[in-house]
Design a protein around this ligand. Structure first.
Ligand SMILES: [Zn+2]
Length: 396
């Protein structure tokens, strides 16, 4: 019985197959063919994308059921892009104004597939540059390099780039100045370079401003800390009645104010309370410290908030030590050169050296707190610099 049923079932199947074949005489024999497909994107977007000037979008494509693909830009084959079936590629050249169409064409035994994506560039605005010496404000001719293009200033330190994105990385080079990496924008025109002139060297700047450990007692390169407002020096109860000590401050602090060209008021208070709203710096004797004197400064994002200057003994409150420690209040580190904070200090030298003055002026007049070495301000795209928060002790 079971056997008979199976025979009947087989016969029904054969009849059905015969009907189907008879009903579709043109149907080819063999498996159904696979359909070739292709797709292409710009920065992950299909069909179209909009990008900023000078950026380099990523073009990616995928395909199936094909044996090879080629990419064309505005109809022209990009032969060096290869024949991969699936790939992605960041453009070698930055985008300039206009529109470009990228198309992928894939072919195989079952036919071809084509897909395209349109890349439109946002229009830019003119970018004006006025490049000058950060200390003297005199024009400096420089080479200005954006992502891929270099421009030379006109001979008076100025340059116009007709079409630029709203923000862009820029590197500025000129002989006799530190290379400056910063952020350019259509709203910014002033770019101030840091002069490297004898006796101020690149090493000296690294030591004095960025704490490079090639100088004595420095901790190593770090983001720049500095004062960013008025300072008041005041005294412990023990020192507040010592007119000789107060007198040395009243002659020493104006030298520091002159060194920074009076960027901020520096006030000596003959008493035990700082002026409110100032960076308060207390002066005291502390016999427990290991050196003749030290300065501890507290910063928030590289901006000085307060400080303490400690002297081991009353005798250590000399003109030299007072003026040396005062420079630490501005954020100046030790260095190997001449000057009140230099290793080669001479007892006759009671004012800051030209290099010390120049570097302190660059710090307080030109550079934002948190600027990092190499001379790369924290605004530069990708620099990711952040000002230091905490307390730093300048040893001795
Ligand atoms: Zn020191």
């Amino acid at each position: 019985m079971k056997k008979n049923l199976r025979i009947v079932a087989n016969m029904v199947t054969m009849i059905l197959v015969a009907i189907l074949v008879g009903g579709c005489p043109d149907n080819p024999a063999g498996p159904t063919p696979t359909t070739p497909t292709a797709s292409i994107t710009c920065n992950g977007q299909a069909n179209a994308c909009v990008v900023d000037l000078w950026t380099k979008p990523v073009i990616a494509w995928t395909s199936a059921n094909v044996s090879g693909c080629a990419v064309r830009r505005n109809g022209e084959a990009l032969s060096d892009w290869g024949t991969s079936l699936n790939s992605s590629r960041q453009l070698d050249a930055q985008m300039t104004s206009g529109m470009a169409t990228y198309a992928v064409e894939c072919t195989g035994p079952n036919g071809s597939a084509i897909a395209s994506v349109a890349v439109t560039v946002r229009s830019g605005r003119p970018a004006e540059f006025r490049i000058s010496n950060g200390l003297t404000n005199t024009p400096v001719d420089a080479r200005v390099t954006t992502i891929a293009t270099s421009y030379q200033t006109r001979g008076d330190g100025s340059l116009t780039i007709d079409e630029a994105p709203s923000r862009f990385n820029v590197t500025i080079d000129a002989p006799g100045y530190l290379t400056y990496e910063t952020i350019g924008s259509s709203d910014r025109t002033e770019y101030k370079l840091w002069p490297v002139n004898s006796p101020n060297s690149e090493d000296g700047i690294k030591q004095m401003v960025y704490g490079d450990s090639s100088a004595y007692n420095n901790p190593g390169l770090r983001a720049m800390n500095r004062i960013d407002g008025p300072v008041s020096f005041y005294f412990s109860a023990e020192l507040a009645t010592n007119q000789a000590v107060i007198g040395r401050y009243e002659t020493g602090v104006p030298l520091l104010a002159a060194a920074i060209k009076n960027r901020w008021p520096l006030t000596v208070i003959e008493g035990t309370s700082p002026l409110s709203g100032t960076i308060s710096v207390m002066i005291q004797i502390d016999s427990t410290i290991s050196t003749a004197a030290n300065t501890s400064m507290t910063y928030i994002n590289g901006r000085a908030i307060s400080g303490i200057i400690r002297f081991k003994t009353l005798d250590n409150l000399s003109d030299y030590y007072i003026r040396h420690e005062n420079a630490h209040v501005v954020g100046l580190w030790h260095h190997e050169g001449e000057g009140l904070v230099g290793r080669t200090w001479l007892p006759s030298q009671l004012d800051y050296s030209p290099a010390e003055k120049g570097n302190m002026q660059m710090m307080v007049w030109v550079l934002p707190p948190g600027t990092i070495w190499p001379y790369n301000d924290r605004g530069a795209i990708g620099a990711k610099a952040s000002g230091f928060t905490g307390t730093v002790t300048f040893r001795d």
